[in-house]
Design a protein around this ligand. Structure first.
Ligand code: 6PG
Length: 465
C-alpha cells in the first residue's frame, strides 16, 4: 500500500497550521484557497518549509499536482462549503483517491457524503481534529471515521503529524462512516461542560469571595499541578493572569460575558436527547452558554429581581478542587454514555479505550484523568460504566462531599452553578436504587391510564384512582 500524496483545500488559520505540520514532518503538500493571498502569506512566512508547500490556483490544478493515490484534506467551514468542495473535487479524482473532511462537520452529513462519494468510486474519511491552531501546527488529536481501507494509505502521515502521548500517536481509526465526526462532537460536548464548570468556580471566587483575577489565576495554577491537571485548567490560569495592555486591567475583566458557539455542543445534546441519554451536565453547559448570550435579558432582570449575591462568602479551596474534579469525571462519563448509545445504534463497535487514548494529548479536553479512563475501559468495566470502575468509584466517593458543600453554599448565596449542581444531582440520582418515578407512573396512570408495573408481581396494572 503506497502512502498518499497530500493536498489541502481551505488554508485558514487551522488549514495553514496543519499544512506547516505536514511539511515539517517531511511531506510535500499542495494548497488551494479561494483567497489566494492567504496561501502566498503562508508560503512567504514558512521559511525552510516553503519548498514543501505548493500553491495551486484551482481545484483542477491541485488534483493534477498530486501523484495517485491522492488524499485531499478539506478544512473549510462545516456545511455548504464542504459540499461545494466535494462537488468540485470529484470532477478530477481517480479511483483510490480519498477526500478527508477535517472540519467540525455534522456526523449525519458525513454519513451521507461517505455514501455519495464512495458511490462515485472514491474514498471518504470524516476526521474530527482537535487542538485549535497550536494543536494543528504541533500535533492535533484526530478521530478518524470511514472505511479501514481508505485509512491505510493515510495512516503513516497522520500518525507523524498527530500529538504523541508517551510516543503513541493520538490518532486512530475509530469507526465507519460518521463515527469520527460523532466522536469529535461528543468531545466538544464534554469540552462545553468542563469549560462551564471552570467558569462557575471562577465565578464563585470572583463574586463570592471578591477575589482578583490574579489571585484566582494562582489557585488554578496550583490545581493544575494536582488531580485537576489539564489543558483547560492550564489555559484558564493563563487567561486569568493576562493583563490588557491598553488599560492595565486584567484581560478577563475587559471581556464581555457573552459566549458564542458553532453548534457541536448543541448537536451533542440533541443526539443525547434523541437517543434517550441523560447528558445533564453537557445540557447545563449548553444552557449556560445560551443564557450568557442573552445579556440584554439579564440586564433587564437584575434591577427587578435583585442581584443574585452581595455578601462575601468563603469557599474551601479543597472543596472547590473536588467540585471541579467530580464535575469533570461526570462530564466524561456522560460523554462516553452517549458514545455507547451511538455505537449500538450505528453498529460502530467503538473502542472506548482507544477514544480515551486519542484524547490523552493534543485535544482541548486532554487531562490527567484520560489515561486512567483508557485503563478503565481496557478492563471489563462493571456494566460498561466508568463510574463503576474501582478507581473512579473511589475518586467520586472521596470528592463528592466537596462538590456537595460547594453547590450548597453557592445556591444559598444565589450564585449560579448549573453544571456543578447538575453534576451532584446526576451523581445522587445515579446511586439511588429506589428513585421517585413511581410517582410519575402513578400520575401517568391517573390522567392517562398508561399503566404501571408493581414491585411485588409481574404484569401491567392500573390504580383504582
Ligand atoms: C477543538 C475545539 C474546536 C473549536 C470548537 C469551538 O477541539 O479544537 O473544540 O473544534 O474551538 O469548534 O466550538 P464552539 O464555537 O461551539 O465553542
Amino acid at each position: 500500500m503506497k502512502t498518499a500524496s497530500f493536498g489541502l483545500i481551505g488554508v485558514g488559520v487551522m488549514g495553514g497550521a496543519l499544512a506547516l505540520n505536514i511539511a515539517d514532518k517531511g511531506h510535500d503538500i499542495s494548497l488551494y484557497n479561494l483567497d489566494e493571498s492567504t496561501v502566498d502569506d503562508l508560503i512567504a512566512n514558512a521559511a525552510d518549509l516553503a519548498p514543501r508547500l505548493t500553491k495551486t490556483t484551482s481545484v483542477a490544478e491541485l488534483v493534477a499536482n498530486l501523484a495517485a493515490p491522492r488524499a485531499i484534506i478539506l478544512l473549510v467551514p462545516a456545511g455548504k462549503p464542504v459540499d461545494l468542495s466535494i462537488e468540485e473535487l470529484v470532477k478530477y479524482l481517480e479511483p483510490g483517491d480519498t477526500i478527508i473532511d477535517g472540519g467540525n462537520s455534522d456526523y449525519k452529513d458525513t454519513q451521507k457524503r461517505t455514501i455519495a462519494v464512495e458511490k462515485l468510486g472514491f474514498n471518504y474519511l470524516g476526521v474530527g481534529v482537535s487542538g485549535g491552531e497550536e494543536g494543528a501546527r504541533n500535533g492535533p488529536s484526530m478521530m478518524v471515521g470511514g472505511s479501514p481501507s481508505a485509512w491505510e494509505p493515510i495512516q503513516p502521515v497522520f500518525e507523524s503529524i498527530a500529538a504523541k502521548f508517551k510516543g503513541q500517536p493520538c490518532v486512530a481509526h475509530l469507526g465507519e462512516g460518521g463515527a469520527g465526526h460523532f466522536i469529535k462532537t461528543v468531545h466538544n460536548g464534554i469540552e462545553y461542560a468542563d469549560m462551564q464548570a471552570i467558569a462557575e468556580v471562577y465565578g464563585l471566587l470572583r463574586d463570592g469571595e471578591k477575589q482578583s483575577a490574579a489571585h484566582i489565576s494562582e489557585v488554578f495554577e496550583q490545581w493544575n499541578k494536582g488531580v485537576l491537571n489539564s489543558y483547560l485548567t492550564e489555559i484558564s490560569a493563563k487567561i486569568l493572569a493576562a493583563v490588557d495592555s491598553e488599560t492595565g486591567n486584567a484581560m478577563i475583566d475587559m471581556i464581555v460575558d457573552k459566549a458564542g458557539q458553532k453548534g457541536t455542543g448543541r448537536w451533542t445534546v440533541v443526539e443525547a436527547v434523541r437517543m434517550g441519554q441523560n447528558a445533564s451536565v453537557i445540557e447545563a453547559a449548553l444552557g449556560a452558554r445560551v443564557s450568557s448570550a442573552e445579556k440584554d435579558f439579564r440586564e433587564a432582570v437584575e434591577p427587578v429581581l435583585g442581584r443574585t449575591q452581595s455578601m462575601e462568602i468563603d469557599f474551601d479551596r479543597a472543596d472547590l478542587e473536588s467540585a471541579l474534579l467530580v464535575a469533570r469525571i461526570i462530564g466524561y462519563a456522560q460523554g462516553f454514555r452517549i458514545l455507547r448509545a451511538a455505537s449500538d445504534e450505528f453498529d460502530w463497535k467503538l473502542d472506548y479505550a482507544a477514544i480515551a487514548e486519542v484524547w490523552r494529548e493534543g485535544c482541548i479536553i486532554r487531562s490527567a484523568l484520560l489515561d486512567d479512563i483508557a485503563a478503565a475501559y481496557r478492563t471489563e468495566l462493571p456494566r460498561g460504566r466508568l463510574i463503576l470502575d474501582p478507581t473512579f468509584a473511589a475518586l467520586l466517593a472521596k470528592h463528592e462531599g466537596g462538590l456537595r458543600r460547594t453547590v450548597a453554599k453557592a445556591i444559598s448565596a444565589g450564585l449560579p452553578v448549573p453544571v456543578l449542581s447538575g453534576a451532584i444531582s446526576w451523581f445522587d440520582q445515579s446511586r439511588k436504587a429506589r428513585g421517585t418515578a413511581n410517582m410519575i407512573q402513578g400520575q401517568r396512570d391517573f390522567f392517562g391510564a398508561h399503566g404501571f408495573r408493581r414491585v411485588d408481581k409481574e404484569g401491567d396494572f392500573h390504580g383504582n384512582w
